[in-house]
Design a protein around this ligand. Structure first.
Ligand code: C5P
Length: 395
């Protein structure tokens, strides 16, 4: 089964556009349905007629064409796609996407689509290296756009460096990665992610360094395996995965309330949030003024959210915790598994540099009451898929 069966190929004005005929032919050989959208400048590099011939479909190029809109309106078009691939993606389209500009059909589709978006940058190496382009690419990556390439090597302009569009065969491989087996179809999973924020006064709070990346990766992996996912999230700077229902919270008490409400309708509950253990006993109504050399805050214990879920009498979901530890990882994790009445716990050693908090990588040991499994260092997404596959066997 193909993951991205319906693909909109957005061609922009770079010399690598000449490779798009080959790209479309190869995607069609793999069983993809392709609709091609071209920008005005793309037509200087490859003709719409060529793209029509290889795709077998009329090429779309205008937002303001009544007959094209009557056949398939641009919003319908944006919803049709499983994937929009912009290839080649010039520095100009990358800048427009980062800024959210919608001044032609392609940029409008890119804003209107719920589909996965991938871009294959292709430009002169100096333009690619420019801080403006790099900043735009990182904005897009943070929003969940996949950035495929660029490759390095000799460029059409004679320069050598990073900026070549990936070859059509490489793009086909990326587009047609098989869909994950739908091991969680029909299951509802609730996941908590990110930090909590415990206010001290209207402008200050206690929080922690949790980036939310692991919890968001779990949500993405659960969706890929076919689950319906509720993601209860503290304040983070990452975009929500597609098809995930996000509930934004700030405090541990809000997290508790939403967690209990969703847990009773879920097959599994995964507590990946870094919940602040304590909150201020009293939240000042007004901004606290500076006084003296010392300030004593009185903190009170926050509710243990996952323990509350794991101890539900009715409709208790399979409950999975996380344990971030700096020492005695195994014994602390196993202790939490028992004390909190969990079914499974994923432990990681956050004392290792480059892993855990804020990193894109991690390593986990999974514990159940009667067994354990090591997941060696990998991206958080790859680990998340493994965690979800283990979970799927137990639901
Ligand atoms: O006790 P500790 O914070 O190390 O336990 C970690 C696990 O417990 C995580 O799954 C975390 O989401 C959950 N937790 C919670 N509520 C708290 C503290 C931790 O749900 N107040």
């Amino acid at each position: 089964m193909l993951k991205n069966k319906k693909i909109v190929l957005g061609i922009t004005g770079g010399i690598a556009a000449y490779k798009c005929a080959e790209l479309v032919r190869r995607l069609k050989e793999q069983g993809c349905e392709i609709k091609v959208v071209m920008t005005e400048s793309a037509k200087h590099f490859i003709t719409p007629l060529t793209m029509q011939a290889v795709s077998g479909e009329i090429v779309s190029d205008s937002l303001l064409d009544p007959s094209a809109e009557a056949a398939m309106g641009h919003i319908e078009f944006a919803k049709w796609a499983d994937l929009i691939l912009v290839a080649p993606a010039t520095s100009n389209i990358i800048a427009k996407m980062a800024a959210g500009i919608a001044d032609d059909l392609l940029t409008t589709l890119l804003l209107a689509t719920p589909a996965k978006v991938a871009i294959a940058p292709a430009m002169n190496q100096q333009m690619y290296a420019h801080p403006a382009t790099q900043a735009n690419l990182s904005t897009l990556a943070q929003r969940g756009v996949d950035i495929w390439g660029p490759g390095k090597g000799e460029q059409a302009c004679g320069d050598i460096g990073a900026g070549r569009m990936l070859e059509p065969s490489e793009l086909v491989t990326l587009c047609t990665a098989p869909a994950e087996p739908q091991l969680l179809a029909g299951k509802t999973i609730t996941i908590t992610a990110g930090p909590t924020r415990e206010p001290l006064d209207p402008v200050r709070f206690i929080s922690n360094h949790s980036s939310g990346k692991m919890g968001y990766a779990l949500a993405q992996a659960a969706v890929e395996l076919g689950a319906k996912v509720n993601l209860i999230s503290g304040p983070v700077n990452i975009a929500a995965p597609r098809d995930v229902s996000v509930i934004n919270i700030e405090t541990a008490e809000q997290l508790l309330q939403h967690s209990l409400a969703h847990a009773v309708n879920s097959d599994a509950f995964i507590g990946c949030a870094a919940v602040a253990d304590y909150r201020a006993a009293n939240i000042a109504d007004q901004k606290m003024k500076k006084q003296g050399d010392e300030l004593t805050l009185t903190l009170v214990k926050n509710p243990d959210v996952i323990a509350a879920v794991a101890n539900l009498d009715h409709k208790r979901p399979y409950t999975v915790g996380f344990a971030a530890e700096t020492q005695n990882v195994a014994s602390y994790a196993k202790g939490k598994l028992s004390n909190k009445n969990l079914d499974m716990i994923c432990a990681n050693d956050v004392s290792k540099s480059g892993l855990g908090f804020n990193s894109d990588h991690n390593a986990l040991t999974l514990y159940w009451h009667d067994q354990q499994k090591e997941l060696v260092i990998d991206t958080k997404y790859a680990l998340a898929l493994n965690v979800m596959k283990e979970l799927a066997q137990r639901l």
